[in-house]
Design a binder for this molecule. Structure first.
Ligand code: NIG
Ligand code: FE
Length: 394
């Protein structure tokens, strides 16, 4: 067993420790068992010698659970730098840009899609992300969605079928919804854990989204929804009605949406994506309203070539604190345990005994620096399933 000692502050997210929401232990040690799960955590002074085969001293640095990024679109061809440049010159963001990436994705080989997805997953890992959810959604044909999910499956087990991203140019809404619920779902479901719909202006309305999500549930997939990103609409209410694991974006919410989410008692998480607001120059949602109402909030990157071309969860944490009224503790919790809740996982996002040993070593003594030092690389090393997978211990 490997004991990590000299930890200035260990964020466990272990509520049973009764040390606040983050379960922070100061002057801590952590032990990874032979099964690559957490075997022990506590104050170093109490570390039992039988738990120490090898000891690694991290000299007063902080350790946090690996980030759980529960919303990404890593399978795509090309980029949209020109669209970004035009947007920064005043052109508004719209769902239509997805079709640009659709064309580039359709013409990309499986190999190049896989290389690109791995490149981004590796980028994410280096900033502390140990679990990624990855969506399809830039193929928009049976074959291109099915191969996108195979590529996603090479990166993660948290794969999401997002055939209902927008209607491709060769189809009409009714025909396309039939295709998504029929042959496309049939070909994609074997490689997907979840189904998602972009329910918003320029994409799918509430009635179509309901039909698609119900078809996905029938095929055995878990449900998620892109809701209330571009304008206020019925997406969040639909998500709650269908018991989705997560309503994502939640940029435009009214009081009824917030109380509907709160009434789910954490069954439906609100996943906020502050880098999407940043990169589309949109107004940030007020996370305080959600948290004060009792809604479980996750933070994710939404990494995609259109609205949020970043894999950085530390950046999302900074923005959530600086622009969305979250506390430092809440933002770190939402990017770890919150992401796990959005994926309905209890084995990740926390460092309780028996959890998967996924954690990040910071180059500073406290997790607060993740918000306090925006844009600065603060992750020295990353462990996934007990193994050092990025950075170094020096
Ligand atoms: O989550 N909102 C829908 N999908 C992506 C953006 C896709 C794109 O612009 O390519 C999002 O922001
Ligand atoms: Fe998205």
């Amino acid at each position: 067993m490997i004991a990590i000692t000299g930890i200035s502050s260990l964020v466990t997210n272990d509520a049973s420790l009764e040390r606040g929401k983050l379960g922070v232990i100061n002057h801590a040690a952590l032990v990874v068992g032979v099964d690559n799960k957490i075997a022990w955590t506590g104050e170093e002074i109490n570390l039992p010698s039988e738990f120490v085969d090898i000891a690694i001293n991290v000299d007063g640095r902080a350790i946090i659970p690996g980030f759980v990024d529960s919303h990404t679109h890593l399978v795509f061809g090309g980029d949209r730098a020109e669209e970004f440049e035009a947007r920064m010159s005043g052109k508004p963001y719209s769902a239509g840009g997805i079709r640009t990436t659709m064309a580039a994705t359709r013409s990309a080989t499986n190999e190049s899609l896989t290389i690109n997805a791995h490149r981004l997953a590796n980028e994410a890992l280096n900033t502390g992300t140990t679990t990624l959810e990855v969506k399809s959604g830039y193929g928009l044909s049976v074959n291109d969605e099915a191969r996108s999910l195979k590529v996603a499956g090479a990166v993660t087990t948290e794969t999401t079928f997002l055939g209902a991203h927008v209607v491709p140019p060769e189809s009409t809404i009714d025909k396309y919804v039939d295709l998504v619920c029929g042959e496309m779902l049939k070909q994609c479901a074997p490689n997907a854990k979840w189904i998602d719909v972009f329910c918003d202006h320029g994409a799918f309305d509430v009635d179509h989204a309901r039909v698609i999500l119900q078809a996905g549930a029938k095929a055995g997939l878990g449900l998620r929804i892109h809701a209330n990103q571009l304008q206020h609409g019925g997406g969040v209410q639909l998500g709650v009605e269908l018991g989705v694991a997560s309503c994502d974006h939640c940029t435009h919410l009214n009081d009824a949406d917030i109380s509907a989410l709160a009434d789910t008692d954490g069954q439906t998480v609100a996943t906020l994506l502050p880098t999407a607001e940043l990169c589309t120059r949109s107004k940030f949602p007020d996370a305080r309203r959600l948290i004060d109402a009792g809604v479980t909030v996750a933070l994710a990157s939404d990494c995609n070539p259109g609205s949020s071309y970043t894999t950085s969860i530390p950046l999302a944490i900074s923005l959530a604190v600086l622009n969305m009224n979250m506390t430092c503790d809440e933002a770190v919790w939402s990017a770890t345990a919150g992401g796990a809740a959005a994926l309905r996982r209890t084995d990740i996002g926390a460092l309780h005994i028996g959890a998967q040993a996924d954690f990040a070593l910071l180059n500073t003594s406290s997790h607060v620096h993740l918000a306090y030092r925006p844009g600065v690389k603060l992750v020295d090393a990353v462990f996934a399933r007990g193994q050092l997978v990025a950075g170094s211990l020096r």
